[in-house]
Design a protein around this ligand. Structure first.
Ligand code: CP3
Length: 352
């Protein structure tokens, strides 16, 4: 039985499971060697490359899960949206969606649109054996924000303006994005993904009232569809300390927490029915070995208070991270997680 799946169901585990958001790529030289000169979304449509890049961090770091190498905007590309990923910038949309008529540009996704996902996931599931593959999709709000803004944004002004001034258009857009995300996840689950993560990376810019009225029903529909297929669901966003409860009750099994809220506090906010995932600050991996070890011990100690804990960073691996430090964190999590609370306090204080 996978420790990651057991923890997500709040069952007892022999060691705390660990994986890293953005573990595939970015910090790995073997990834950059393979990627050289190829556009990101082309790589995401090539089964052999998807498979190899997904496996690279598993071989190197001995993490407890693989995450499919893909991107949240890939399904949009496959249904004909003019989207590109610019290095160092992120997704950029050629003609943004800003009025009711634009919403019709989003046709439904079918499994025939993404044969390379089925092929790669099938192969990965074979090669990974007992290690689960995490499938993922972008949540409707985060995808809508890229489509409306035309790219990354600081203030999400156009997104919020559309949400408030044209709620009909907003809900129609998010309804279509929910269908796309649900189908993208269904394809991954059908081919063998055993856990899913819904990334609502930018939901933290919303108030709780906005989240409940404009976002939660759409994310809930995506999570419900996965729940019916029997896989544990992780629901993650950045800066979502004030949204942890509605993100949990949207239908998560595990709530992803960034580094701003300690895991014991996060667990108190959502109650005993959910596991938590997180939440080492990715920037801490650039600090000294002693600091890293101390912070790993702290996160584990606070995570113990929750009814289930999957160790992760509070957001993705930073590109300048030394991959050796990631491997070391996996070793530390596995060895510290079998120790007593008193020993964890000792490690946190810098004791060996
Ligand atoms: O390792 C993994 O986690 C699996 C692969 C993965 C990628 N993107 C690969 C990628 C996953 C899970 C994602 C999800 C994703 N994509 C999110 C949600 C996660 C999060 O960080 O909040 C978001 C918001 C995106 C959109 C996106 N795609 C951004 C913001 C960027 C970064 C742009 C940059 O260069 O800084 C991308 C590009 C991207 N997606 C890269 C990778 C490995 C970098 C591409 C490259 O190597 O040039």
């Amino acid at each position: 039985m996978s420790v990651l799946i057991a923890a997500s169901r709040r069952e007892a585990v022999s060691v705390t499971p660990v994986w890293f958001m953005r573990q595939a790529g970015r910090s790995l030289p073997e990834y950059h060697a393979l990627r050289a000169g190829l556009p990101m979304l082309q790589v995401c449509q090539t089964p052999d490359l998807i498979t190899e890049i997904t496996l690279q961090p598993v071989r190197r770091h001995h993490v407890d899960a693989a995450i499919l190498f893909s991107d949240i905007v890939l399904p949009l590309k496959t249904i004909g949206i003019d989207v590109e990923i610019k290095p160092g910038v992120g997704p950029v949309i050629g003609s943004p969606i800003r009025r009711s008529a634009d919403v019709d540009k989003l046709r439904a996704l079918t499994s025939e649109d993404v044969p390379y996902i089925t092929e790669a996931v099938t192969e990965l599931t074979k090669q990974l054996g007992d290690i689960p593959l995490i499938g993922f999709a972008g949540a409707p709000f985060t995808l809508a924000s890229y489509l409306i803004e035309g790219g990354p944004s600081r203030d999400y002004a156009r997104t919020k303006a559309l949400m408030h001034s044209e709620p009909g258009t907003w809900h129609a857009l998010c309804g279509r994005l929910a269908d796309i995300a649900a189908e993208f996840l269904r394809v991954q689950i059908a081919a063998g993904a055993r856990v899913v993560q819904l990334f609502d990376s930018w939901a933290g810019v919303l108030s709780e009232a906005e989240y409940r009225a404009y976002v939660q029903p759409h994310s809930a529909r995506v999570l419900r569809a996965c729940g019916e297929l029997g896989v544990p669901r992780i629901h993650f966003g950045v800066g979502t300390g004030e949204l942890l409860e509605p993100m949990a009750s949207a239908g998560a099994d595990v709530v992803g927490v960034d580094w701003r809220v300690p895991l014991d506090e996060a667990s108190a906010r959502i109650g005993p029915d959910y596991a938590v995932q997180g939440n080492l600050d990715p920037a801490v991996l650039l600090a000294s070995e002693t600091v890293v070890a101390s912070e790993v011990a702290r996160v584990l100690r606070q995570g113990r208070v929750a009814p289930g804990h999957i160790f992760n960073l509070g957001h993705g691996v930073l590109p300048q991270t030394d991959p050796g430090v990631l491997t070391r964190v996996v070793e530390l999590v596995h060895s510290y997680s079998t120790e007593s609370a008193a020993e964890l306090v000792q490690h946190q204080r810098g004791g060996a």
